[in-house]
Design a protein. Sequence first.
Length: 460
Amino acid sequence: MTPPVWPKHARLRIIHLAPAPRPISSAWMYPQPNLSATPLPGIAVELGVAWMLIGLFVVLQRFVRRRGYFSAWASAWAAFAVSLLALALRELALGGSVDAEPAGQQPLVRLLYGAYQLCRVLGFTFFVRGTLMYVAGARARPLTVGQLWLAATVFAAVSTLAASRGFSEMLVWQSVVAIPAFAYCATAMIWLAPSRRTRGKLAIGSSFGGLAMLWAAYVAALCLVGVGAHGALITGAQAFLALHAYAELALSILLAYSMIVVIMEDAKRETDDAQAELRVTHDQLRRAALYDSMTDSLNRHAFADGVGLEMGRATFGTVVLADLDNLKFVNDRYGHTAGDRLLRRCADVIRSTLRSSDKLFRWGGDEFLLIVPSARSTDVFERLNAVLAASEPIDSGVPDERIRLQVSFGASDYSSGEDLHLAIDEADRAMYLEKGRRKSEPRGYFVMRPAASVVAQPIV
């Protein structure tokens, strides 16, 4: 069959009936499919998650009162929650006719548009404020809350009045603030100094970065739909616009919990610091309880607790008790300051003979106990008398009068740790015998003379 031949004027009529393409500049003037608006159930889910996060931040607020950055981040989440509430009310007011005219121009809807835009911009700026305070600390000079409110109100008013063609254009206006804000927060948190970099901060930076890229892709998809793209591009853009709200919700949850992780990391560091200070204080208190502050020797409480006696109890050895003969005389004649110097000199002289396993205890007012493992009394006395004879007299505080060190020693050998207390009793008796013998001898307190020694019989 021969195909029909159409008259020339008929073909022209068909060409004239074909729709002319819309110019790119007027793309936003035509009603578009509601790909940017989230359905009411989706808004309800986002709103529930937002208020759950706010409740968690409120609970944590009492523990982080001194952290300004945490308050700023909590304010950002609160602003986002209020913006979602305004968006839900807008959906109810439109009755499903989203982005349609003239419904979108109703005064109530425009007012809800403005509240939504204001709270979103406040959220972005509070994120930036909190991040700046966290990164820069005292060096940060963020805008005051009043200044942020003023700037956000002006921007919300201008963008709401300018976005007369639908909700999608509102989001394009938002992107002017959202993308730079999220990009700054991501960069600031990820590029912290290595000493401050933690997993929580990297997670916050990654979440902010993901939100910045999501917003950029969102605007690009809106533009593809607006200019009437065809093929795979428009299909992908429409699919992205349909799912972007859920992706934003997932990233927002990740961001919120990353912030909580950072708070926990900071709290852990504070706890570790406090525990370290407690350990230092404990060590200081323990040292104060176990050491004599005047002579820096272990005291009798340390001996009762077994401090420094591990080696002494594990082998044989010698116990020596030393008593200052002239401490009372020095205290009475020259004062207790001179007596304290005499006590310190006695401890230093005895300590100069010690090995690492030997332990010196201040036993009483003018008595010292010396535990010398793996040694015999004769060898110990030889060392003690040698250093005592070589010690220099101390200054009495009176011109031309110097005080010599006069010490009575008593010692006893022991064969095991079980005999240690018996050896101390024997050394104590030997020391008092020596002290009595020395009292019967004429002595001068300003001429140095090595003290004699009495050795008790070893305990078998």
